[in-house]
Design a binder for this molecule. Structure first.
Ligand code: 13P
Length: 255
């Protein structure tokens, strides 16, 4: 039985001052502790330490939005996996479409980063998804299959169980336009099929596949009700404590 994971990707928002305010709001807004649901927030690097401290007595996990695949060295501006674990992070988003588009991430760097994250006991949240153009060309299923296959290359079935996959159609990110529940379900089922082909059905049945792209309280229930949707990777709505808490409650209700 897969547990929902409700994850907030704060992107380049909330330095330590705003992060404290948002976390306080989240604490106040959460009427019940989400016992059946895993909750994750992914603040920018400079707010990780304070977020870990702030949340230390809660069940909310803290993750980063990127790592470098080398252990250390002359990589100005980069952050290593060991630095994140030292900070108290337990998750890391890898291969977000914004990083692929603006910062030159490739399937190969994504694969190296996933391996590094796993080696340091960080749960990688592997992001995949197609552009509108790719969907119009009807190559989205193949594209996502290739992204998942390349990202998991050289990763064993046991290790793959520790990976979370996030399907984020690029055309739905930050646009207010969300994938329909049917579109989300068919791609999630497709991804699960890809994982079954790469490993086996048991692994595919266990791996969590999140949906990301304009998820908000108004559409969370129909998306999270789909059999292969195991949670959400939420951008804009995670910056509002009430909205994020509401999505957590919806997941809790559906658990
Ligand atoms: P929005 O929820 O703002 O569309 O962002 C989704 C996303 O990119 C999460 O990683």
């Amino acid at each position: 039985m897969r547990r929902f994971l409700i994850a907030g990707n704060w992107k380049m928002n909330c330095g330590p001052v705003d992060a404290a305010e948002l976390l306080e709001g989240l604490e106040n807004a959460k009427t019940e502790v989400a016992e059946e649901v895993d909750v994750l927030v992914c603040p920018p690097f400079v707010s990780l330490g304070m977020s870990v401290n702030y949340l230390q007595d809660t069940d909310i996990h803290v993750g980063a939005q990127n790592i470098h695949f080398e252990d250390n060295g002359a990589f100005t501006g980069e952050i290593s996996a060991s630095m994140l674990t030292e900070c108290g992070c337990s998750f890391v988003i890898i291969g977000h479409s914004e990083r692929r588009e603006y910062f030159g991430e490739t399937d190969s760097s994504v694969n190296k980063k996933i391996k590094k994250a796993l080696a340091f006991d960080l749960v990688p949240v592997l992001c995949v998804g197609e552009s509108l153009d790719q969907r119009k060309q009807d190559i989205h299923f193949d594209l996502v299959k290739n992204q998942v296959t390349a990202a998991l290359e050289g990763i064993s079935g046991d290790e793959a169980l520790d990976v979370v996959i996030a399907y984020e159609p690029i055309w739905a990110i930050g646009t207010g336009e969300t994938a329909s529940k049917e579109q989300a379900q068919e791609m999630h089922a497709h991804i699960r099929g890809v994982v079954a082909d790469l490993y086996d059905q048991e692994t595919a049945d266990e791996i969590r596949i999140l949906y990301g792209g304009s998820m908000k309280p108004a559409n969370a229930e129909e998306l999270l009700s789909q059999p292969d949707v195991d949670g959400g990777l939420i951008g804009g709505a995670s910056l509002n404590a009430e909205s994020f808490a509401e999505i957590i409650s919806i997941a809790e209700k559906l658990s």
